[in-house]
Design a protein around this ligand. Structure first.
Ligand SMILES: NC(=O)c1ccc[n+]([C@@H]2O[C@H](COP(=O)([O-])OP(=O)(O)OC[C@H]3O[C@@H](n4cnc5c(N)ncnc54)[C@H](OP(=O)(O)O)[C@@H]3O)[C@@H](O)[C@H]2O)c1
Length: 292
C-alpha cells in the first residue's frame, strides 16, 4: 500500500491544519520527513505554487539528496498571477524544485478555467511538449467535476477530498476509472479534525460531533488508531490511485506509515466506518469552516 501514498507538503511551506499547534514545519524536520519517505519507498509528493516555500524546500532537499520522487504541483491562482501566464508559472515551479519536467501539474483554482479556457489549452500544449506528464484538476465539489465532464475536457489526474466522512465523489469512481483517470485523494484526516477531541469543536464544526465521536469510539473499542482507520478506509477502495497525507511532524508520519499494516483489521470494521459519512459541505470543506 505504500506505493499508493503521496506525501502532501503544504505543511512544509506555511502554517496549516486545524490541529496544528506548532506552525510551519522546520527545514530540519522537513528533511527528516523526506528522508523517511525515501526510506519507506514513498515516491510521490504533492505541492503547489501557492504553498509558501514548499516547492523551494523540496528543491533544496532534492539538490542535496537526489531522489526519484514524482512530483505533482499546481498552478497559482490566475487572479493573483497574470491571466494566461501558464508557461511562466510552470517554469517558475520547475525552477524552484530544480526539475526540467514534472509528473503532474494541476489547475488549483477551478474558477480560473471558467474565466479563461486558454489555461487548459496551454496545459495541453505543455503536455504535448513533454514538460508535463499528466495534467488535471484539483477540485472541492462534485459540481466542478460535472462541469469538466460536460465540457469534455480530457484530463489525466483528478485530486479530490475523500475520507470516511466525505464520500461525495464516490458515485463517480467507476466512471473515472473506466476513463483511466488517476484519482488522487486528500483530506483523509479532514485537515486533522479526525484527531480532535469532540469537546474542542466550535462553530459549524460542532455538526461533526456525532460522526467524530463514532470514529473515535470504533478506534477505542477495536484498539485501532484513528490514523489507521482513516487511511486504510480510503485505501480499501480499489478505485483510489494515490492517497495524499499531510503531517506536521516526523512522529506522526511514522505512525501513519506503520498504520498501513492494519488494513486487514480495518476491513473488518469497514461497514461501521461506511455509516459515518457527513453530508453538510459547511462541515466537510475547510474553506467553509466558521470555527467561532
Ligand atoms: N489541492 C488542494 O486544493 C489541496 C487542499 C488542501 C491540501 N492539499 C494537499 O493535501 C495535503 C494534506 O492536507 P489535507 O488537508 O488533506 O490534510 P489531512 O491529510 O487530512 O490532515 C493533515 C493533518 O492531520 C494531522 N495528522 C496527520 N497524521 C497524524 C497522526 N498520525 N496523528 C495526529 N495528527 C495527524 C497533521 O497534523 P500533525 O502531524 O501536527 O498532527 C496534519 O496537519 C497537503 O499537504 C497538500 O499537499 C491540497
Amino acid at each position: 500500500m505504500i506505493s499508493k501514498i503521496s506525501l502532501g507538503t503544504v505543511q512544509f511551506g506555511q502554517d496549516y491544519g486545524i490541529a496544528n499547534t506548532t506552525g510551519k514545519v522546520s527545514k530540519k524536520e522537513v528533511f527528516e520527513i523526506l528522508d523517511h519517505a525515501n526510506h519507506v519507498g514513498i515516491s510521490y509528493l504533492d505541492t503547489a505554487y501557492s504553498y509558501g516555500d514548499s516547492e523551494l524546500i523540496i528543491g533544496e532537499y532534492l539538490k542535496e539528496n537526489p531522489s526519484e520522487f514524482k512530483i505533482v504541483s499546481k498552478l497559482p491562482s490566475m487572479e493573483l498571477f497574470n491571466l494566461g501566464k501558464v508557461e511562466e508559472s510552470l517554469e517558475e515551479s520547475l525552477r524552484r524544485i530544480g526539475l526540467k519536467r514534472i509528473y503532474g501539474y494541476l489547475v488549483h483554482q477551478f474558477s480560473d478555467i471558467l474565466i479563461n479556457d486558454d489555461i487548459w489549452n496551454s496545459l495541453v500544449r505543455l503536455k504535448d511538449d513533454g514538460r508535463i506528464e499528466k495534467i488535471g484538476f484539483s477540485l472541492y465539489s462534485p459540481d466542478e467535476l460535472e462541469c469538466l465532464l460536460k465540457n469534455e475536457l480530457d484530463f489525466d489526474i483528478i485530486q479530490i477530498p475523500y475520507s470516511v466522512f466525505d464520500r461525495r465523489f464516490e458515485g463517480y469512481f467507476d466512471m473515472l476509472k473506466e476513463r483511466e483517470i488517476e484519482i488522487q485523494v486528500r483530506s483523509v484526516f479532514l485537515q486533522g479534525l479526525a484527531f480532535l477531541s469532540s469537546e474542542h469543536l466550535t462553530g459549524s464544526l460542532q455538526e461533526a460531533r456525532p460522526q467524530l465521536e463514532k470514529l473515535q469510539q470504533i478506534a477505542e473499542i477495536r484498539k485501532i488508531s484513528v490514523e489507521a482507520l482513516c487511511l486504510n478506509f480510503v485505501l480499501l477502495s480499489p478505485h483510489i490511485d494515490k492517497v495524499i497525507i499531510g503531517v506536521d511532524c516526523l512522529a506522526h508520519f511514522e505512525n501513519n506509515v506503520v498504520s498501513l499494516n492494519l488494513i486487514g483489521q480495518v476491513r473488518n470494521v469497514y461497514g461501521q466506518l461506511s455509516a459515518i459519512a457527513i453530508q453538510n459541505e459547511n462541515t466537510l470543506l475547510p474553506y467553509k469552516w466558521a470555527v467561532n
